[in-house]
Structures are given as C-alpha cells and as structure tokens.
Design a protein around this ligand. Structure first.
Ligand SMILES: Cc1cc2nc3c(=O)[nH]c(=O)nc-3n(C[C@H](O)[C@H](O)[C@H](O)COP(=O)(O)O)c2cc1C
Length: 167
C-alpha cells in the first residue's frame, strides 16, 4: 500500500500536538503508543529517565491501523535523557518497519542519538528526520517546518537522507 501512517508517543502532550497537526494537515491516519503503566508524578518521571539511561523497552499498548500495512511510517516522539523515549523504542522493536521517517520533539538536544537508534533498530537509515523544540511546537514557530516536512515526504522529493534538521 502506497500510504503514510503517523505513529505518536507523547508524555506531556507536545509530540501529540505535532502528530495531530501533521496527520490532520495531510489527511494521514494517526496511531497512538501508550504506556501500559502510566507515568504519574515523580516516580513516573524517574521511570522515563531510567528507561533511557538503561535503554529499556517499557510495556506499551498501540492503538491504530496496522503499521505493516503502510508503505511509510512517520514516528513522532520526545527525547528523554538524550535518547529516544522508551515507549517508542518498544513500539519499534514490536513491528517490522522498513520505511520510516522520524520527528522528535525536545528541549534542546539529543535528536541525533534518537535518529541513530532508529537506524540501528530498523537496520537502515530513516527516510527523513526532523527535530523540533517543545517551544517551537508550543508557540507555533515550528509549524511551517513540520508541515513542509510532511509535504516533502508526500511528494518524495527527497526519498533518502532528507534531514530537515538534526541536533
Ligand atoms: C524524563 C525526561 C527527559 C528529558 N530529556 C531531554 C533531553 O535529554 N534533551 C532535551 O532536549 N529534552 C529533554 N526532555 C524534554 C522533552 O524532550 C520535551 O519537552 C518534549 O517536547 C516532550 O514531548 P512530549 O510532551 O510529547 O512528551 C526531557 C523530558 C523528560 C520528561
């Protein structure tokens, strides 16, 4: 199937906002990765940090269309401790995906580690990568870059190595 699915994990809502914007703008379906054990309070926050520091794969629940039925999957997730958020790591290990684009949201740094981890898990470089700060999503100043990324992906003007921003 020549189609694109957006898959999102979000802890505090920033990446969710970016995913909803991209999916609704392009008319792409959105799948959601959620924690089986909610990360409430300080313990939840600490668990986020430990998941990253230890490279753990926390248990997750995915709801949405079957990712393997799509030609391309766009992952949108936050950075935790300079790494890909653990729940997205779990999702990636649970599915055999070959054509993946990656968008991360972050405070300021860690995107390149996350892109490298995705490449390691799926065994090939992501089609395209984009790093946005939480501030860019919250203020809307990153919206144009986010939507342009989707447009480029759709038109496949840069099918390999289209790195809009890496940090
Ligand atoms: C446990 C934890 C660790 C984080 N580590 C980093 C980090 O290493 N680098 C960074 O730039 N931002 C870091 N952040 C900030 C988030 O990546 C950023 O706020 C992101 O946009 C949150 O996305 P979300 O609302 O979808 O969860 C961290 C946030 C949390 C909760």
């Amino acid at each position: 199937m020549d189609s694109i699915l957006v898959v999102n994990y979000s802890y505090t809502g920033v990446s969710r906002r970016a995913a909803q914007l991209l999916a609704s703008h392009q008319g792409w379906p959105l799948g959601i990765v959620e924690d089986i054990h909610p990360r409430a309070g300080t313990r939840g926050y600490l668990r986020c940090m430990l998941d990253s520091l230890l490279g753990r794969r926390p248990r997750v629940h995915y709801s949405g269309p079957r990712p393997e039925d799509f030609r391309t999957v766009v992952l949108i997730a936050p950075i935790w401790m300079y790494r890909l958020a653990g729940p997205m790591r779990s999702f990636l290990h649970a599915h055999r995906l070959r054509r993946v684009a990656v968008i991360v949201t972050m405070g300021s740094a860690g995107a390149s580690n996350a892109f490298a981890e995705v490449q390691h898990i799926i065994g090939k470089a992501p089609l395209a990568t984009l790093a946005l700060t939480a501030r860019e999503i919250q203020t809307g100043s990153g919206t144009a870059r986010l939507l342009a990324f989707g447009d480029q992906l759709r038109s496949r003007r840069a099918p390999t190595g289209m790195s809009a921003v890496t940090a």
